[in-house]
Design a protein around this ligand. Structure first.
Ligand SMILES: CC(C)(COP(=O)(O)OP(=O)(O)OC[C@H]1O[C@@H](n2cnc3c(N)ncnc32)[C@H](O)[C@@H]1OP(=O)(O)O)[C@@H](O)C(=O)NCCC(=O)NCCS
Length: 182
């Protein structure tokens, strides 16, 4: 793990998550609106529970060599959320995930960071046919993001934690690169 910038957009910096992001990450997960679609019990996380989620995200970087990016607002240096690659064991594909701290919702940050992440994924993995996102059918905000970043809903489903059915959204390499550029 390094502090190197992975991608830059007009308003955001995306870089590997580091231990220094602990406080901002755990604060984000304490918010009920954010946690509703990110935790298996749909409840906000205590600091201790969020710490374990955070450790899983750092561990993903260690094991896979990539993982969710920390998203930083250029104008303020604030930690905005985590967006990007996610593929824990058993996952049905290479996902681009998104989660933004409640105070930063509605600024278009998730789609801006996700487009940069998907471009990064297709460049990093030349044989990758598609990038997916797993989305609860009730998560209107996330479905709005998926549409903005060029993903389409498929008829495939994944049972998260053996209990929560999530729909698989997908962006196919060629069509996506034709539309958004390499
Ligand atoms: C989904 C999420 C990442 C969107 O992030 P964002 O940076 O706010 O994305 P956008 O600004 O493009 O907004 C997306 C949609 O959220 C809704 N939204 C925007 N601002 C909002 C606000 N202040 N309050 C409530 N909803 C809002 C709108 O429906 C918007 O769609 P629209 O622009 O077509 O109207 C964010 O809502 C979030 O972190 N949710 C909790 C975690 C989560 O669900 N992650 C995805 C799991 S699959």
């Amino acid at each position: 793990m390094t502090n190197d910038i992975a991608c830059e957009t007009e308003r955001l910096i995306l870089r590997p998550m580091t231990p220094a992001d602990e406080g901002a990450f755990c604060a984000m997960m304490a918010d009920a609106d954010v946690a509703r679609f990110l935790t298996s019990d749909k409840r906000p996380q205590s600091y201790e529970a969020a710490w374990r989620s955070f450790a899983t995200m750092l561990g993903h970087w260690e094991i896979r060599g990539y993982g969710m990016f920390s998203v930083i607002e250029k104008a303020t240096g604030e930690w905005v959320g985590r967006v990007g690659p996610w593929k824990p064991a058993g996952w049905p594909g290479l996902e681009c995930g998104w989660g933004v701290a409640r105070g930063h919702w509605g600024k278009g940050y998730a789609p801006e960071a996700a487009i940069a992440s998907i471009r990064w994924l297709f460049a990093r993995f030349p044989d990758l046919d598609r990038v997916i996102s797993l989305i609860d059918p009730d998560n209107a905000n996330s479905k709005a993001v998926a549409r903005k970043v060029g993903e389409a809903e498929t008829d495939e489903e994944y049972l998260f934690d053996g209990a929560i059915p999530l729909k698989i959204w997908s962006a196919d390499r060629k069509a996506w690169l034709d539309r958004f550029g390499a």
